[in-house]
Design a protein around this ligand. Structure first.
Ligand code: MN
Length: 746
């Protein structure tokens, strides 16, 4: 789908690259030098850093500080709670060829995807057509060219000094609505790109620092919430302008040649730092951590085309290879096929996942840029969900499998850190950032309730470390400084009232150290005639395991009560639900009656109609656990009981802790009884256990005959067809006949 490369050598205007080169020539040279010398732009000596380290750090601080400051200023220009309240934006500075130099805080996942979009503009000959001039504004939200999904809209401003392109200022925000047939920013149930809504493919949308009126007209008619879109566009442009002026000031004061030397060196510096950290913190080897995700679209039969309304399981057999030569390779060979759903990824999108993972593990400081990316290799096999051979697939919720997929990298790196002794760096991966609450109502043009996307899932629980529990409700994998936002701000955006927002007990995975807890919100559809609502998170399967014996975080479910008695309850001042807390003793079920109760594990579905006074539960995920539950400090178990984070009935079953609740409600543990109970549980575990050989022998026949449900069979069939390596290994592992196949279509 990417436009053909047009050679700009014969263009009429003088080239705007350095030393009379075109941008295409600069990009080609950069790629050649990396291959030939092994160093970014052939920089094998960090001369500026070594000869004048203070000046080097000063330039760094001015550029990075300028970007962080630009973000803080710009976010106040936006009106969207997604941007203003929870900081769902990020800015980055790039080289003329599109390599990231430095970035702000925020949704860092997009730093490399914006890099891909700039490289596309260079390769496609934008230097000649449509031309790159001072004051130009380019916009992109096309995942085929450089993005994760079209809800993330990116802005690019060229930075031009005395006729030469010295870099790009770029910014990204997540929009409230993308103008798809279904409302909101990440529609579910779309089967192709032609249902993904408004897609702008690296388009020049402004000149002389002003957005073109025809582009504004297009936005006004293309999306349900043009007000937010246009103000977000202004927020991104303002941030980019602040960055641009800052860079030009640095060039004026430090000199152009120093700036050029600096941006080459700082990327090579990070590339080397990445390799140093890799050598310091990991043990070379092959680390394998598969993950899976359910796509249960059979629930949508009759609403989707027949070929799409099926259950699927996505397969990510992630292999991480760390070489003695400091190679860092991620391989998705064996992944299964893309599907007729909105969870497919593009190679650009999946690089976003890699980038955000690395910046939180191997480069855990502010000196992050594409140098880290350049030290890695990533195989995304063609035809799979990670690199579809059909450019028309839908991508609106690519994150749905990007996040589970990268749990394998966090687990692999954490295992490698442990092997090297860096146990403080261990993290049992991030949970899927759900439930994503989205919806929309009657779509009158400009109706602020026409579509809304709530982003409180930006504050999930984090996973346990090797030495401590995860944190409660504070982060998302794509925004480590996540915030749940104020209830009042969300209530302005969506026609739902918050009846309550509470920490959700037991949502984090159990373990010696448990995952941080997620939270729950109970919402009431209010002051709107008709709303469709989505859910979005893992439902039928765990998105990954815990680590070293820990449990994964709880999976989600949906729970709505429709046609309720809430109006009457409010009028008569009767109790109504402000929390849910325990699914087996649901406070919602106890405090509201309705003609229809939806309570199942179908967390992905087409828009589900709700109406006035319906009650909706949203469960925000908790993190995963680390280590054996029977090793958990008894005092931590008692503390969790007293805080209401652990239900009493699970203290003994999960942790072997014998505890009693006093008349004042306080829990205490019987240490002697606990010790005896744990000894008994360890013995019972040994009796119940079997060797891997025994387990494989018992399962082999089942595998050979593919006695699994249709989604699992379909997944195996697809991986078997797409990957000779996966086929060989699967057949050898299960000692199946050489000509074994998973059978034909059901
Ligand atoms: Mn996004």
């Amino acid at each position: 789908m990417v436009a053909e490369v047009s050679d700009v050598r014969n263009m009429t205007r003088p080239p705007m690259g350095w030393a009379g080169k075109t941008l295409q020539e600069m990009l080609a040279e950069s790629e050649r030098l990396l291959v030939d010398t092994g160093h970014y732009y052939g920089v094998n000596k960090l001369s500026l850093k070594e000869n004048d380290p203070i000046r080097y750090e000063k330039i760094w601080s001015r550029l990075r500080g300028g970007i962080v400051g630009a973000r803080e200023t710009a976010l106040n220009i936006s009106a969207s709670p997604i941007v203003r309240e929870i900081g769902e934006l990020c800015f980055g500075l790039y080289t003329p060829e599109g390599d990231s130099i430095t970035l702000s805080t925020g949704i860092m996942a997009h730093v490399h995807t914006m890099s891909e979009a700039i490289k596309h503009m260079v390769r496609a000959g934008y230097e000649e057509d449509p031309g790159i001039n001072p004051g130009d504004i380019f916009t992109n939200n096309d995942p085929q060219l450089g993005d994760v999904h079209n809800a993330d809209v990116q802005e690019f401003l060229p930075i031009i000094y005395e006729g030469e392109l010295v870099g790009w200022a770029a910014g990204v925000t997540h929009e409230t609505d993308v103008g798809a047939p279904q409302p909101a920013s990440m529609p579910i149930g779309t089967v192709s790109r032609y249902e993904d809504g408004f897609i702008v493919s690296c388009q020049k949308v402004g000149t002389n620092d002003r957005i073109h009126r025809d582009y504004e007209n297009r936005i006004t008619t293309a999306v349900r919430t043009p007000f937010y879109w246009i103000l977000d566009e202004r927020c991104r442009i303002a941030g980019c302008q602040i960055m641009r002026e800052n860079v030009l000031r640095v060039i004026e004061e430090e000199g152009l040649e120093t700036y050029k030397t600096f941006i080459r060196e700082v990327i090579e510096d990070t590339r080397q730092a990445f390799q140093k950290n890799l050598k310091l913190m990991t043990v070379p080897g092959i680390y394998r951590f598969p993950s899976f995700m359910d796509v249960p679209h059979s629930i949508d039969k009759g609403q989707m085309p027949e070929y799409a309304a099926v259950d699927s399981l996505m397969n990510c057999p992630m292999e991480l290879r760390i070489g003695t030569d400091l190679a860092f390779e991620i391989d998705l060979d064996g992944a299964n096929k893309w599907g007729y759903h909105s969870f497919n990824c593009t190679p650009s999108g999946i690089q976003g996942g890699l980038w955000v993972g690395l910046s939180q593990t191997l480069i855990p400081n502010d000196k992050v840029n594409d140098g880290a990316y350049l030290a890695t290799k990533f195989n995304t096999p063609y035809g799979t969900w990670a690199n579809p051979d059909n450019p028309a697939v839908s991508n609106t919720l690519s994150w749905m499998y990007l996040i589970p997929c990268f749990t394998g990298m966090f687990h692999g790196l954490s295992t490698a850190f442990t092997a090297r002794g860096y146990v403080e760096e261990v993290v049992a991966a991030y949970p899927f950032t759900g439930n994503i609450t989205q919806g929309g109502g009657p779509n009158h043009m400009g109706n602020p309730n026409g579509a809304w996307s709530n982003f409180e899932h930006s504050a999930c629980g984090t996973s346990a470390r090797y030495v401590m529990d995860g944190e409660t409700s504070c982060a998302a994998v794509w925004n480590p400084e996540g915030d749940m936002g104020d209830v009042e701000a969300w209530e302005l955006l969506e026609p739902l009232l918050y009846l309550g927002r509470n920490v959700r007990p037991m949502s984090g995975g159990a373990g010696k150290f448990r995952g941080g807890l997620g939270f729950e919100t109970v919402r009431l559809v209010y002051n709107t005639p008709h709303q469709v609502m989505f859910n979005a998170r893992d439902g039928h399967v765990f998105q990954c395991s815990g680590l070293f014996g820990g449990y994964p975080g709880a999976t989600g479910y949906r729970h709505s009560v429709k046609n309720t008695d809430m109006k009457e309850r409010i009028a008569k001042q009767l109790p109504y639900p402000t929390c849910d807390q325990d699914p087996e003793n649901s406070q919602i079920d106890a405090n509201v009656k309705g003609r229809t109760v939806v309570k199942d594990q179908y967390c992905y579905h087409r828009p589900d109609p709700h109406q006035e006074y319906d009650v909706y539960l949203s469960l925000i995920a908790g993190g995963h656990g680390v280590g054996d539950c029977l090793e958990r400090d008894v005092a931590l178990v008692v503390s969790d009981l007293n805080e209401g984070y652990l239900f009493g009935r699970f203290a003994e079953r999960l942790y072997g802790v014998v505890a009693q609740q006093g008349t004042d409600g306080t829990w205490t543990a019987d240490l002697a009884a606990t010790e005896a109970k744990r000894a008994e549980m360890r013995k019972a575990r040994l009796v119940r256990s079997q060797s891997v050989e025994e387990w494989m022998a018992a399962q082999r026949g089942r595998v050979e005959r593919m006695e699994f449900n249709s989604a699992v069979r379909k997944m195996y069939r697809e991986s078997h067809e797409l990957s000779p390596k996966w086929r060989r290994e699967f057949t050898a592992f299960w000692r199946l006949p050489a000509d074994w196949t998973p059978g034909s279509e059901d």
